[in-house]
Each structure stands twice: as structure tokens, then as C-alpha cells.
Design a protein around this ligand. Structure first.
Ligand SMILES: Cc1ncc(COP(=O)(O)OP(=O)(O)O)c(N)n1
Ligand code: 3NM
Ligand code: MG
Length: 212
């Protein structure tokens, strides 16, 4: 599988049963190029997050795919994740970094804000995430980002940028052309009618086509 400049960043569904989800994750990761998996469980106990990490993290890491935990730096560290993703209402970046250490990945949600992204980038974030680019049913997205923001960021900054929110195989082209380093996706992979493997293949093809 050819690696493109822009790569896929899979985010799990917000509710999942680890044993049932494990084969779907395996199918997705074995189908094509995926850079990263984020475990994003909402309204879940710490124990449930730990169990999901223990079940799913090896599937990603054995395939050379980074496994990032959403929202929980301490659990990310305890469970051997490769990093953590924090939002503006979560553990602040500096505290998350202290918890997970300098070798781990820390990504930061920056919504549609150049200011937040510059702050995160200067503080040492490994990537900044912008969104939502399109309407999404996965969460109530309060902010709306435009592809121009990706173009501005990628032309000026070295820190990679992630695009998120309603991204599909059909609408991702302008985000890739604008300079997104990663496309973060939930619904268009896990709800794909032909399964997550077909969804990953279709994303890989759409990204390659947009990169020309
Ligand atoms: C890659 C990526 N980008 C943005 C988010 C959103 O984070 P946040 O704003 O903290 O919202 P929740 O996901 O925690 O509901 C993300 N998780 N991943
Ligand atoms: C988790 C998340 N964060 C967003 C943001 O805008 O910060 S949008 C979003 C949901 C992404 O899911 P889907 O690919 O199904 O639209
Ligand atoms: Mg969060």
C-alpha cells in the first residue's frame, strides 16, 4: 500500500463493546493505510476505558498504527497508549504532556481557531485538530471550520494538522488539497455499508486521487 502525504486517522465510535469491535478494527487496519487509531469512549467508567484499551491497543500497535486515547492522559499512560488527544475543555496541554511524557503523542483540538492552534503548536503539541468541516451526527459540533484554515496552517507551520467532522470518501478531496496531514473519521468508516475495510480502501483511493 502506497503511503500518501495525507493519511487516515480513525476514531472509534463513542460507544462500543471491545470484543465485538475488535474484528471490525482488525478489518479496517488490514485493508489499507491507517496512521492512527483514537479510542474515543464517552460516558464510560475508567475501568471500561482500561478494558477497551487492553483489547484494542495491541491490534493497532502490532500493525505499526499509533493508538491514541481521547480525554484521559493518566489512563493513556497507565495502559501503554502511544498518546492522548485533549480538547479545550479537557486536561490542559501542559498538564497532559507532563502526565504522558515527552515521548508520547499529544494532540489538541483547536476548532476553527488560528489562535488556539498557534498556542498549541508553540506549546509543543504533536498535532492540532480543526473541525468540524462538514455536518456530523457523531457529536454536537459547536464550531465550523473551512478548508482555507488548513491551507493557511500547512503553508506556515511545521506541526501537522488533522481535519475532523463529517468527512467522507466523497467530500474529503478539498481537505486533502488544502493540506490536511490527517483525516479523522468516525461514521464514514464504521457505518460504511460494505464494512470498515471497504471504507478504508475507498478513503485511501480518494486521498491518492486528491493528491494527484
Ligand atoms: C482528532 C480529534 N479532533 C478533535 C477531537 C474533539 O476533541 P474534543 O473537542 O475534546 O471533543 P471530544 O472528542 O472529547 O468529545 C477529537 N476527539 N479528535
Ligand atoms: C469527535 C469529533 N470532534 C469534532 C470536532 O469538530 O472537533 S467532530 C467529531 C465527530 C467526527 O465524527 P464523524 O467523522 O462521524 O463526523
Ligand atoms: Mg475531549
Amino acid at each position: 500500500m502506497t503511503e500518501t502525504a495525507c493519511r487516515l486517522y480513525l476514531v472509534t465510535p463513542p460507544v462500543l463493546e471491545p470484543a465485538a469491535f475488535a474484528p471490525k478494527l482488525t478489518e479496517a487496519l488490514d485493508a489499507g493505510d491507517v496512521a492512527c487509531v483514537q479510542l474515543r469512549l464517552k460516558d464510560c467508567s475508567d475501568d471500561a476505558v482500561r478494558r477497551a484499551c487492553d483489547a484494542l491497543r495491541p491490534i493497532a500497535q502490532e500493525r505499526g498504527v499509533a493508538f491514541i486515547l481521547n480525554d484521559h492522559p493518566q489512563l493513556a499512560r497507565e495502559t501503554g497508549c502511544d498518546g492522548v488527544h485533549v480538547g479545550q475543555k479537557d486536561t490542559p496541554y501542559a498538564q497532559a504532556r507532563r502526565i504522558v511524557g515527552n515521548d508520547a503523542i499529544v494532540g489538541v483540538t483547536c476548532h476553527d481557531s488560528r489562535h488556539l492552534a498557534m498556542e498549541a503548536g508553540e506549546a509543543g503539541a504533536d498535532y492540532v485538530a480543526f473541525g468540524a468541516f462538514f455536518p456530523t451526527t457523531t457529536k454536537d459540533a459547536e464550531f465550523k471550520a473551512e478548508p482555507e484554515l488548513l491551507r493557511w496552517w500547512s503553508e506556515l507551520m511545521e506541526v501537522p494538522c488533522v481535519a475532523i467532522g463529517g468527512i467522507t470518501q466523497e467530500n474529503c478531496g478539498p481537505l486533502v488539497s488544502a493540506g490536511a496531514d490527517f483525516l479523522a473519521v468516525v461514521g464514514a468508516v464504521w457505518n460504511h455499508p460494505d464494512g470498515p475495510g471497504a471504507a478504508v480502501k475507498a478513503f485511501n483511493a480518494a486521498i491518492a486521487a486528491a493528491e494527484g
